[in-house]
Design a protein around this ligand. Structure first.
Ligand SMILES: Nc1ncnc2c1ncn2[C@@H]1O[C@H](COP(=O)(O)OP(=O)(O)O)[C@@H](O)[C@H]1O
Ligand SMILES: [Mg+2]
Length: 396
């Protein structure tokens, strides 16, 4: 297991999560389609990549797509088709569809796909291929008829939806697209399983737009941090495989200080230990590593957590979320909602308390769901020691 601190990990670099994999497989064998609810950096992509591998050894076809860079329905369709093709599924109907998409793309030129999933495919006699949606359905019909089990994983789906909302007729297209996808899942449900994941919560996105029912057939799958025992084994292996053994006491200390043992955070601390020149892992070198980790250059890796707030929220929500996080960063033990409200009202007495309180409640839920905060004993607090330190040092 190498010390990787950013990209998804595969093969030998993947620290096995047998319980999570077994849970995923159980869901799939119960015919569930899933949405994985977990904040960024919990290890979602790595886990589903491993799931794809496991399924392939059991003669499934598995398709993994990251649609983060897809701009619209047509590019989603192109990517999906490409993925199915690479998984060795129905080359004939897929190639036919791919040709249609290419022609459609050329006909559009630089134009955006205003018609979305209902985009007309041009001069086709076959009603099966009259629109983008129908052309894709024809491929799914053939795959389903083939009776081979297929797993389709769509990563960063909410990113695509969010990008679409900013485009021409965006809201309407997102609605149509989500309804269409749901119908696709329901119609071809015997052999095709879907897993959706993303670092912005899909459910948050649809709830805000009153589109909850377009994903209510997806079973939520909660992926948490490692248990203390797993975190301990993780650190032991990371040390042993990278020539810096971590004694039990040091492993316990790392887990305690990290607070929420995400694989990513453990990797980051280990990286800091090596990077700060540790020859042996003891309390002194660990102290040095944490100081090292919290240097401004290193903290910039948490910038995305701040940027996401602006991307995800309306300006007033983003502003209040930042205020909440800045207040909470100063209190390791956390703050109750009343304490937060009090502090906010003291800073902006012109605001209406009941409105701020509503907004606080709503944001508290989303910030917990997205992994910023956790609630314990009635108080809200940062989930991650590292993120809290980041927030303290880099106030927006
Ligand atoms: N099973 C694992 N074994 C080792 N490292 C992991 C594992 N899962 C996650 N990581 C660490 O977390 C980082 C992010 O993983 P990734 O799967 O991309 O998370 P997500 O998709 O949830 O953002 C990886 O670069 C690695 O440092
Ligand atoms: Mg990911």
């Amino acid at each position: 297991m190498r010390n990787i601190t950013g990209s998804p990990v595969e093969n030998e670099d993947f620290f096995d999560r047998p319980q999570e994999l077994a849970r995923l497989q159980r869901e799939l064998s119960n015919a569930a389609n899933l949405r994985i609810n977990a904040p960024r950096r919990v290890g979602k992509t790595s886990l589903v990549l491993r799931l794809c591998e496991v399924c392939m050894t059991q003669s499934w076809a598995a398709v993994y797509l990251n649609v983060e860079d897809s701009a619209d329905e047509l590019s989603f369709a192109e990517k999906l088709l490409d993925g199915l093709h690479h998984a060795g599924l129905h080359p004939d109907s897929i190639s036919r569809c791919a040709v249609l998409f290419r022609i459609a793309r050329q006909a559009l030129g630089g134009l955006k796909v205003g018609a979305g999933i209902d985009l007309e495919m041009g001069e086709v006699d076959d009603p099966d291929h009259s629109t983008l949606g129908r052309a894709l359905e024809s491929v799914f019909r053939k795959i389903e008829a083939d009776k081979r089990r297929v797993l389709i994983v769509i990563d960063e789906m909410p990113e695509l939806l969010l990008a679409m909302t900013h485009q021409e007729q965006g809201q309407q297209r997102v609605r149509r697209f989500l309804h269409w996808l749901r119908a696709l899942r329901q119609t071809y449900r015997h052999h095709i399983r879907w897993v959706f994941l993303g670092s912005i919560g899909l459910e948050g996105f649809v709830e805000e737009r009153n589109l909850g029912k377009t994903i209510n057939d997806l079973t939520p799958f909660i992926l948490d941090a490692l248990s203390p025992q797993e975190a301990d084994a993780f650190l032991e292996k990371l040390g042993a495989d990278n020539n810096l053994n971590l004694p039990p006491k040091i492993r316990t200390e790392i887990i305690r200080r990290v607070g929420w043992p995400l694989p990513h955070h453990l990797q980051v601390v280990f990286h800091a230990l090596v990077d700060s020149g540790a020859i042996v892992a003891d309390s002194t070198s660990l102290e040095k590593a944490f100081t090292w980790l919290l240097r401004p250059e290193n903290l910039s890796q948490f910038d995305t957590w701040r940027q996401r707030l602006e991307e995800q929220f309306s300006p007033p929500d983003a502003a209040l979320a930042k205020t909440m996080l800045s207040l909470l960063a100063r209190h390791t033990e956390g703050r109750t909602r009343d304490q937060l409200l009090h502090a906010i009202m003291a800073a902006q007495p012109q605001s209406e308390a009941s409105r701020i309180d509503d907004q606080l409640g709503r944001l508290a839920i989303i910030l917990q769901r997205d992994g910023y905060l956790m609630e314990s004993g009635g108080s809200l607090a940062f989930r991650s020691f590292l993120l809290r330190e980041y927030w303290l040092r880099r106030r927006p």
